[in-house]
Write a protein that binds this ligand. Structure first.
Ligand code: FAD
Length: 337
């Protein structure tokens, strides 16, 4: 593959990608690990987001409602290992549950109550001096390598627009230097709605979805997830009625969403659909293990997978489920309740 400009926007992996370009490239990041646990919301009883201070170490934490579940996070610890190997450990889970139990004493959450977990590495900029993980800068930097590779490192989800603007401006400057092409005038992206975000009144969209036959919970779920694009999901169900059925009985997600994820949201793996698009991995109390084979079948039809590929996808999904629950063995070995 050849390109005039190459941008490295690999998040916590940017240093690995920089080393593909230059084996001696200095690391830009000091990565810290964060873990979340998902628990049944009725145990905590929170309808809204709650900020609390952990009595264990005084860190600020969040308990956020997520459908029938709530998630508790996060930890913030230094992590030297590879981003691919990160998972919730027994210590992480016990810390989060103990912190939440101190604030919600009636919840009495135990490791066995955890529906799912996830952990990741924050791509934080390496500081000039070492300090506590939570004190590391959340700012971002755009760095040019001698080869011409442009790397965007650091930042946060909440600063994605300014990060994108800075890195695209740098790439545009480079193209201008290379072949003299004019720099684009000031883009309008900070004034454009994100896809599905055009509507101000979501209740109108919920009513429209109800009028097209969606149940109340499915209508609310579709509008919360897709905004005005919920109409596009329902169009699929209009054309093929079974796509209007729930993927997991009793839950709001419908089969049309799996099709939409593949056709409109570039989902290529079973994990893309169940973890990163529909979140059934986190929200369903069985982590969609029962539905996964049928979702794989549906994806096989859409993407032309053969039986072996579908089996591989199921295997990979099962491994993610196991990884998210591996903490249970550590907790049991440590003899914790
Ligand atoms: C536990 C945790 C909690 C957080 N909480 C918050 C929060 O509350 N608020 C907030 O604003 N931010 C939060 N963040 C930070 C936020 O998630 C990151 O700053 C943000 O995701 C960075 O975006 P990015 O696009 O740079 O990287 P990413 O979102 O990580 O995207 C990088 C992409 O590059 C891909 N990639 C990697 N290597 C390659 C390769 N060789 N080839 C092709 N693709 C590759 C990866 O698969 C990935 O999709 C949190 C992070 C963690 C881990």
């Amino acid at each position: 593959m050849r390109a005039l400009v190459v941008v490295n926007a690999a998040g916590p992996w940017v240093d690995e990608v920089r080393r593909l370009d230059d084996a001696r490239a200095e690391p830009l990041l000091r990565r810290t690990k964060g873990t979340h646990v998902v628990v049944p919301r009725h145990r905590l009883g929170n309808s809204y987001a709650v900020t609390l201070t952990s009595p264990i170490d005084g860190r600020v934490m969040f308990v956020l409602p997520w459908g029938d579940q709530s998630y508790i996070g996060t930890t913030d610890t230094d992590q030297g290992g590879a981003p691919d190997d990160v998972r919730a450990t027994g210590d992480d889970v016990v810390y989060l549950l103990r912190s939440a139990n101190a604030f919600f004493p009636q919840a009495r959450l135990a490791p066995g109550d955890v529906v799912s977990t996830w952990a990741g590495l924050r791509p934080l900029l390496a500081p000039a001096h070492s300090g506590a993980a939570s004190e590391v800068s959340r700012e971002h930097r755009v760095v040019d390598s001698p080869s011409g590779l442009i790397t965007i490192a650091g930042g946060k989800l909440t600063t994605f627009r300014v990060m994108a603007q800075d890195v695209v401006d740098r790439a545009a400057d480079r193209l201008h230097e290379l072949d003299g092409r004019p720099r684009a005038p000031r883009p309008r992206t900070d004034r454009l709605a994100l896809p599905g975000g055009e509507a101000a009144d979501l209740e109108v969209l919920v009513e429209a979805a109800r009028a097209r036959g969606a149940s109340e919970t499915t209508a609310r779920h579709l509008v919360a997830s897709y905004g005005s694009e919920s109409a596009g999901v329902l169009n699929l169900a209009d054309r093929d009625r079974p796509l209007g059925q729930p993927i997991v009985l009793g839950r709001p997600e419908i089969w049309a969403e799996a099709t939409y994820a593949v056709e409109r949201e570039m989902a290529l793996r079973l994990t893309d659909v169940l973890m990163r698009r529909l979140h059934l991995f986190h929200e369903d109390r069985h982590q969609a293990s029962g539905a996964a084979p049928r979702v794989a079948e549906r994806m096989a039809e859409l993407l032309g997978w053969d039986g072996a590929r579908a089996a591989e996808e199921l295997e990979a999904y099962g491994q993610e489920v196991e990884r998210s629950r591996a903490f249970l063995q550590e907790v049991a070995r440590a003899g914790r309740p």
